[in-house]
Design a binder for this molecule. Structure first.
Ligand code: SF4
Ligand code: SF4
Length: 385
């Protein structure tokens, strides 16, 4: 890998948020206090130095910004108030933009107009599609929109494919970004040759960290891990329902109260409401170090989550009470909120960290194992030479 110097790197990164390097006098306290730093992944100071030296290729090969779980300990201890936690968050936004070949993540991270504009455009597009569907597929004249009592079941066949299509969009982009992350960090960025079998044997690391988010439990603020996990678990249940079991929610009759899927749905909704409100209150009250300097999109993320859950609850209650027209309109409102989250936030916004974090831990584990194997082979070679 080439280590060319790029004098514009620092200025480029600062377009993605705070990156204060002027005050830092390299005391090393931040690296010492970080619970997640180890011999294989040392931060935040090392990466900040890469930036200062303009080592762009080396920075692009770094996995550490994703292994940092944003606890804020480094910022609390920094004697110069350099905010290394903020620098790591800025680097994550910058790196996301490098993995994203479309350039959309970069635009969303750097411009509020792009951020709000893209969410609004997708929401408006959903509304237009609903109107076109009812006008040209159902053949419903516009004047009947507010007077015709319609059940939701007639949309079932279409909405199933529509939902799968909508879910396929972020999935396609995320998979392609994951390949680019692999190319920058492993294929081009690794100094050791990685045997193929390690990618397979270490898949368990990816699965483990995707499911448990256990790296967060290593942070000193122990309560963050269960709250974060419950929120992620709630979102995952709803996503699984959307992909595989949408029919449960699209039939005319609501499933009886003793059906487990209803309770799974309620549980997931409670987790999402609780998790998103916890983030929102934390940010509003600037309760902890990690909430002290929240960016604009840091608020949009929990607000949309909360709106998604609340609009889903309201649709459910309305259907339960048998308000067909109101349910129909509320359902459209729910779609207008949910679909921008799915197609904008998940692949291009803050939600993409759900993919990058466990992937970085997986790549790091693969690299470490390859290095251990290489050292072992070199030791045997030296003994036998
Ligand atoms: S604790 Fe602050 S001053 Fe010390 S190395 Fe870290 S960022 Fe620099
Ligand atoms: S925010 Fe926490 S995990 Fe991240 S570098 Fe600072 S101390 Fe380490």
């Amino acid at each position: 890998m080439k280590n060319r110097r790029d004098s514009t790197l620092l200025a480029e990164i600062r377009k993605f948020g705070l990156f204060d390097t002027n005050a830092c006098y390299q005391c090393g306290s931040c690296t010492l206090i970080c619970e997640l730093t180890n011999s294989a992944a040392s931060f935040p100071r090392k990466i900040i130095r890469y930036v200062l030296l303009g080592l762009k290729d080396l920075l692009h090969s770094c996995l550490e910004p994703w292994i940092c779980h944003d606890c804020g300990d480094c910022s609390s201890i920094c004697p110069r108030e350099s905010e290394p936690r903020e620098s790591m968050a800025t680097l994550r936004r910058y790196l996301s933009a490098q993995y994203d070949w479309t350039g959309i993540s970069s635009k969303l991270s750097r411009s509020k107009i792009w951020y709000i504009g893209s969410l609004s455009v997708v929401g408006a597009l959903v509304l237009l599609l609903v109107v076109l569907y009812h006008s040209y597929v159902v053949n419903l004249p516009l004047s009947y929109f507010i007077s015709t009592s319609m059940g939701l079941e007639h949309m079932y066949g279409t909405i199933k494919y529509f939902t799968l299509g909508v879910i396929f969009i972020p999935l396609f982009f995320l998979i392609s970004f994951a390949f680019r992350m692999f190319w920058l960090t492993i294929y081009r960025g690794s100094h050791v040759k990685i045997p193929l079998h390690l990618y397979i044997t270490e898949v368990k690391t990816y699965v483990l960290h995707s499911v448990t988010h256990k790296k967060l439990s290593e942070c000193p603020e122990k309560i963050r891990w269960p709250i974060h996990w419950l929120l992620a678990f709630g979102c995952t249940i709803i996503l699984v329902f959307l992909i595989f079991f949408l029919r449960w929610f699209q039939t005319d009759n609501i499933y009886p109260v003793y059906y487990p899927q209803r309770w799974m749905g309620y549980l997931a909704t409670i987790f999402i409401v609780f998790g998103s409100m916890n983030i929102l209150f934390g940010r509003i009250k600037k309760r902890e170090e990690i909430y002290k300097s929240s960016k604009f999109e840091d608020f949009i993320f929990p607000i949309f989550l909360l709106l998604t859950a609340v609009s889903g609850i309201v649709v459910h209650i309305s259907r339960y009470l048998g308000f067909e027209i109101i349910s129909h309109y509320l359902y459209v409102l729910h779609l207008v909120i949910v679909i921008p989250v799915l197609v904008v936030e998940i692949p291009f916004g803050k939600w993409s960290h759900m993919l990058y974090r466990p992937l970085a831990i997986y790549f790091q584990a693969v690299k470490e194992k390859a290095m251990q194997q290489q050292s072992h082979e070199e030791a045997i070679f030296e003994q036998t030479a």
